[in-house]
Ligand binder design. Structure first.
Ligand SMILES: Nc1nc2c(ncn2[C@@H]2O[C@H](COP(=O)(O)OP(=O)(O)OP(=O)(O)O)[C@@H](O)[C@H]2O)c(=O)[nH]1
Ligand SMILES: [Mg+2]
Length: 516
């Protein structure tokens, strides 16, 4: 039996990138599959699929609406898939128009949307998003944790029933969860006489038939006029439905504080057992060290997806000593993990104050003004260079952005686990940042090459050859040495600042480092 999966989403939202990664996961389990890409004028996607040896057909709609074109051709595509003996057939839409929904009843419907498209976009997209079973949010790697949360919240408001998954189309993070989810969803067999989930907007007017002239005399058929009088404007001011707040509360009520996170060892790249059973509690900081490419990010990814011996490392993650339910693994609402990494940026067109308040509002936090003030104060304490409430978030420097992201994650984000991926050069006060997270009873895991951060961890995980080699507890001697290393670092900071201010370093700096 073949599963048909319709994948839609705005142009360049990451549909192909997502599909290539999910297909890689499915192929790892020897699943046979194919793709049909629909587009209007041209597409480069065929080459991308072929490069990965994925059977692909392309349908170019030309002058026709690509979604109407899709419906008239889906039966033949289905036959092609069936005759080819596929277990999965994916269709990728042109992603041209936000209203149409080529989603079919009882056939798995996926919508791919990217975080960069702006927080109002989920409300602007019609059935393509609203009627999807699965919404995949891409490009989360580029934006802050807060923006991801606000975005997911907006998606949830538009489509409360869908499973929401964050996926990085470039690295494949999240592909595993998506593949698992697809395995668990069922799709009806055949499309003949099946129905679309939504009737497509009708557009049979004189322009459909080739008219080019403007003017009422030339307009026939399905024509709809805008009413631009004052009355209409008033009608357009929509009241928030009463149940919206209720819905917002439900989204976050599942989030509870966790008592422990356990990592149960799997295998390294050679299949050698990792002899590890590490339990981490709120307020603990664990650093992850090892050479570049050794598998530090893989460990973070295992935690992120709450691996259950079903990722390549065969590790298992337990929460409060138990296997987390699929809700915890796959639902955005009860997302346990927040992430902060070097390449994240703010993209929202908001000032610092507006930004913090928007995030706090999406989390239904009480006393928004006080919380916003605290986040603002803390972010300024963490950042080397201070910034104002009216600064647009997009104008913040790298250090300021990271400081705001950390303060915001500590004080507003609901996730009890924070994963930090190599932010050593971020220009933030690392000690204060970690203290803040720990005070908020977060579990912090950070991969790092920085000796100061490594020793700031209560424990550190040593990664080698894709596996956890050992876990070391930071000793008293190391803590004493950390004080010394920090003094050297402070001195380095003085030198750095001198150079920044245009001063010279002609004097004998050996004295600078003669610390007793
Ligand atoms: N940073 C980042 N870039 C991504 C991610 N997903 C996709 N991209 C990039 O976004 C661009 C568009 O991705 P595609 O997968 O081609 O998007 P698409 O929706 O298939 O586009 P069309 O089929 O042309 O509508 C590519 O340059 C990808 O590398 C992601 O999660 N993070
Ligand atoms: Mg594509």
């Amino acid at each position: 039996m073949m599963k048909l999966v319709t994948v839609s989403g705005p142009p360049s939202s990451g549909k192909t990138s997502v599909l290539l990664r999910v297909i890689e996961e499915l192929k790892g389990q020897h699943t046979t599959l194919g793709v049909v890409k629909f587009d209007c004028l041209s597409t480069h996607d065929k080459a991308l699929y072929e490069k990965k040896d994925i059977p692909v057909k392309v349908g170019i709609s030309g002058n026709l609406c690509p979604d109407h074109f899709f419906v008239t051709n889906i039966e033949a595509c289905y036959e092609w898939g069936r005759e080819s003996g596929f277990e999965y057939l994916f269709t990728e839409s042109a992603g041209l128009c936000n209203r149409c929904s080529p989603h079919i009843k009882n056939i798995i419907a996926v919508c791919v949307i990217d975080c960069l498209s702006g927080i109002y976009t989920p409300h602007k997209i019609g059935p393509m998003l609203k009627l999807a079973d699965v919404v995949i949010i891409t490009k989360g790697d580029i934006v802050s944790q807060a923006e991801r949360e606000v975005f997911a919240f907006k998606v949830r408001q538009s489509n409360p029933k869908a499973k929401i998954i964050f996926m990085n189309g470039n690295t494949g993070q999240g592909a595993f969860q998506t593949a698992k989810l697809l395995e668990n969803l069922s799709s009806e067999e055949g499309v003949h006489e099946n129905r679309l989930r939504f009737s497509m907007p009708a557009a049979i007017c004189s322009y459909c038939l080739g008219e080019t002239k403007i003017g009422a005399d030339y307009q026939m058929g399905n024509v709809k006029k805008m009413h631009l009088d004052v009355e209409t404007k008033k009608e357009n001011i929509k009241k928030q439905p009463d149940d919206e707040n209720q819905q917002e509360e439900e989204i976050y009520e599942n989030l509870h504080k966790i008592q422990s996170l356990s990592i149960i060892g799997g295998v390294d790249k050679n299949g050698e057992d990792e002899k590890v059973h590490l339990s981490i509690r709120p307020g603990d900081i664990v650093s992850i060290v090892g050479p570049t490419g050794s598998g530090k990010s893989r460990l973070l990814a295992d935690i992120e997806c709450m691996a259950q011996k079903d990722t390549p490392t065969k590790r298992q993650i337990r929460i409060n000593g138990e296997i987390p339910g699929s809700d915890m693994r796959f639902s955005i609402a009860s997302k346990l993990v927040a992430q902060i990494s070097q390449n994240m940026n703010f993209i929202m067109d908001l000032t610092v104050e507006e930004f913090i308040k928007t995030h706090a509002k999406s989390r239904m936090i009480e006393g928004i003004n006080q919380v916003a003030e605290r986040v603002f104060q803390k972010a300024n304490e963490l950042s080397g260079e201070s910034f104002g409430k009216n600064t647009p978030v997009t104008a913040l420097s790298g250090g300021q952005s990271r400081a705001l992201m950390i303060a915001d994650t500590a004080l507003i984000s609901a996730s009890p686990i924070v994963l930090i991926d190599e932010i050593e050069n971020a220009g933030v006060d690392r000690k204060k940042a970690l203290d803040l997270l720990v005070n908020e009873e977060k579990i912090v895991l950070m991969s790092t090459h920085d000796p100061i951060l490594a020793l700031m961890g209560h424990k550190r995980i040593i990664i080698k050859n894709g596996g956890i080699l050992k876990v070391i507890e930071t000793t008293e001697e190391e803590k004493n040495n950390l004080v010394f290393i920090q003094l050297i670092d402070d001195k380095m900071m003085v030198l750095r600042n001198k150079l920044r201010q245009g001063e010279s370093l002609n004097s004998d700096i050996k004295k600078t480092f003669s610390i007793e």
